[in-house]
Design a protein around this ligand. Structure first.
Ligand code: SF4
Length: 257
């Protein structure tokens, strides 16, 4: 197994069988977030490229599904999944080989593209991300590719919300650098209108200190009136047998509680 891994125990998705649609061994992402648990971005880009062929995903998924129990097939992995130029085709493969729901975890940066929104819309569940209330903090925390603008990313998220009939969640990664901005971030998220807000802090190994439970609890009031969940308020499921250990190690997911 090289692109299919897990299942990973997820507080949001349950037993999540991962597919890395870029399939690389170094991180290729449009962001280089301060808190990223996968280390520095090796290739910061907004260029979509085909790296993993559908036959390989089909073969690995069929093998994995014979060996493990999962609740969802999730496209994520090392870097930003929408940089895979054939993401839509790969989602189609997942649909063909299994009845499990399909999720994509994206940083939302390419939602300004109609092509990307169309491919994301093939999933049942899409989780985007918004960690900043404006351009300055966007550059400080997410350290995006120079062609990306905060306003453009947010407008892309609004457009996706208008078009997508599935479940759209927006994650806020709360760290000391945006703690005081949570109220303003929540106001921007209200204008996007997701089905759910996921209030998170980096509990996996990260260069940034995660917030303690009582610190994170202090910002939850900002999200009132929207459906929200927070990382300290949820349990992770038990997972049994897993596959794709090389990629799990690369993603620092092995042994995750
Ligand atoms: S968007 Fe995700 S993969 Fe990319 S740098 Fe940020 S946390 Fe890491």
């Amino acid at each position: 197994m090289e692109v299919v891994y897990g299942p990973v125990p997820s507080w949001r998705l349950g037993r999540s069988l991962g597919v890395d649609p870029q399939g690389g061994w170094t991180k290729r992402c449009s962001f280089d977030c301060l808190y990223c648990s996968s280390g520095p971005t090796a290739e910061k880009t907004v260029e979509r490229r085909v790296s993993v062929f559908p036959e390989r995903v089909e073969r690995e998924l069929r093998e994995a599904l014979r060996e493990v129990e999962a609740d969802v097939i999730t496209f994520c992995g090392l870097g930003e999944p929408t940089l895979a130029g054939n993401l839509g085709e790969l989602i189609g493969v997942a649909r063909r080989v299994s009845d499990l729901p399909v999720a994509v975890l994206t940083n939302s940066s390419l939602m300004g593209s109609g092509e990307v929104r169309g491919e994301l819309a093939l999933a049942d569940l899409v989780k985007g991300k918004l960690d900043a209330e404006g351009e300055g903090r966007f550059r400080e925390i997410n350290r995006p590719h120079p062609s990306l603008r905060w306003e453009g990313v947010v407008e892309g998220m609004r457009e996706f919300r208008r078009e997508f009939g599935g479940e759209f969640a927006v994650e806020v990664m709360v760290i000391p650098q945006n703690l005081e901005a949570c109220g303003r971030i929540a106001e921007v998220i209200r204008t996007i209108g997701p089905d759910e807000v996921q209030v998170n802090t980096p509990l996996r190994p990260s260069p940034v200190r995660p917030l303690r439970r009582e610190e994170l609890e202090g910002v939850l009031g900002s999200f009132e009136g929207m459906r929200f969940r927070w990382v300290y308020g949820e349990e992770k499921p038990e997972v049994g047998r897993r596959v794709g250990f090389r990629r799990l190690r690369l993603l620092k997911r092995t042994g995750e509680p």
